[in-house]
Ligand binder design. Structure first.
Ligand SMILES: NC(=O)c1ccc[n+]([C@@H]2O[C@H](COP(=O)([O-])OP(=O)(O)OC[C@H]3O[C@@H](n4cnc5c(N)ncnc54)[C@H](O)[C@@H]3O)[C@@H](O)[C@H]2O)c1
Length: 345
């Protein structure tokens, strides 16, 4: 067995720091190489860490020192770069979203399967204690029959957030706006809690920012378990508020803001034994997020490699929120309800 698994980061921008810090904190993981299409960015990133810089992605993929490739580029490149890495025999950790549409996600799923390699998709919110408590309460029936489950993401991004970047806010590289970029975490957690969505109706708008994609979206969803809910996402409301989940059932309800459970009104289980009060401000600052989830997911990859098993959030799971967000866009475009193909009708 290897002493340490070698990780390589592709795309050395804002989120790459989280990957580098997470890798440095996991025993048996070591950052060995980086590549960025902008060589100055790669140089400055590598200068802080003693790692090899590559000027070509293919060359990096040929290095035997690299076991896992962490893809931190603009979203429109995720699927393409992931497929190339998997075909080169590397394991992959790809930032959200896995791809910009179902077809791209399926290509990654297929490449992982064919090459018998692991592909993890970053969805760091899934791994907090609060998330675990909420999921357990729902799965064990503590809230009774789920009736309404909604997520509200009233965020604020400055105009400079978009104008300072060539790729953010474009269909080709961001794949969408308030939902596909900022809101996908909340959408993913809602699906994690409630299971799959059967149908969706939606309105999307671009109300504040000078971007191609939506800066505001509202969707009404019907889950396969029969419950209904609302998904709200925007990057246009000042000053921005914490992400809020309201999960309500026949025997109890839970409200969670960011990673804090602020209401736990459950008849059969009135006390929460543990609750971690991590207060982040990702709703108004995209990098004000905790490192913990990325550390968990790097550790999960190491465990999977050592024990020959799969990761908890693989490409198959990573496709599910993308599929729902694309269905929301389709519903908004056509003004009609869209039935998700994974659904029963
Ligand atoms: N998990 C999270 O909470 C979270 C938070 C922020 C961003 N993200 C995701 O991370 C990704 C990157 O976001 P960011 O904010 O770090 O973007 P960024 O613009 O700060 O960084 C992207 C980097 O990729 C490089 N790049 C562009 N094309 C490339 C190519 N072909 N090959 C190699 N490098 C290339 C750019 O030069 C840049 O350095 C996005 O997909 C975003 O959705 C996730």
């Amino acid at each position: 067995m290897k002493e340490k698994y070698g990780f390589a980061i592709i795309g050395c921008g804002a989120i790459a720091d989280f990957h580098a810090r997470a890798i440095s904190q996991v025993e048996d993981a070591k950052l060995v190489a980086v590549y960025d299409a902008n060589s100055e960015i790669a140089l400055s990133f590598a200068a802080k860490r003693q790692v090899d810089i590559y000027d070509d992605y293919e060359k990096l993929l040929n290095s035997s020192a690299v076991d896992v490739v962490n893809i931190c580029t603009p979203s429109g490149l995720h699927a393409k770069l992931a497929v190339r890495a998997l075909n080169a025999g590397k394991n992959v950790m790809v930032e959200k979203p896995l791809g910009l549409n179902v077809k791209e996600c399926d290509e990654v799923i297929q490449a992982a399967k064919q090459n018998k390699k692991i592909c993890a998709v970053i969805s760091q919110l899934r791994y907090s204690k609060s998330t675990g408590l909420v999921k357990k309460a729902i799965d064990e029936g503590a809230i009774g029959r789920p009736v309404e489950a909604s997520v509200y993401m009233k965020y604020y991004r400055t105009p400079e957030y978009y104008s300072s970047s060539k790729w953010r806010g474009t269909w080709q590289m961001d794949g969408g706006g308030a939902l596909m970029n900022q809101g996908i975490h909340g959408v993913d957690l809602l699906l994690h809690f409630m299971g799959r969505v059967k149908s969706v109706q939606a309105i999307t708008k671009t109300l504040m920012h000078k971007i191609e994609v939506e800066d505001t979206a509202i969707a009404i969803v019907e889950f396969e378990n029969g419950a209904v809910g609302v998904i709200e996402g925007t990057t246009s409301v000042h000053p921005g508020y914490p992400r809020r989940f309201e999960i309500c059932g026949t025997h109890g309800s839970i409200i969670m803001e960011e990673d804090r459970i602020i209401k736990w009104d459950i008849k059969e289980a009135p006390d929460i034994k543990e609750n971690k009060n991590i207060d982040t401000s990702g709703h108004c600052n995209p990098v004000a997020i905790s490192d913990e989830g990325h550390i968990f997911q790097v550790q999960d990859m190491i465990n999977a490699l050592k024990e020959g098993k799969n990761v908890q959030n693989d490409a198959v799971s990573g496709k599910i929120p993308v599929e729902l967000i694309c269905a929301i866009y389709q519903a908004a475009k056509t003004g009609k309800a869209v039935f998700i193909s994974g659904g029963k009708s």
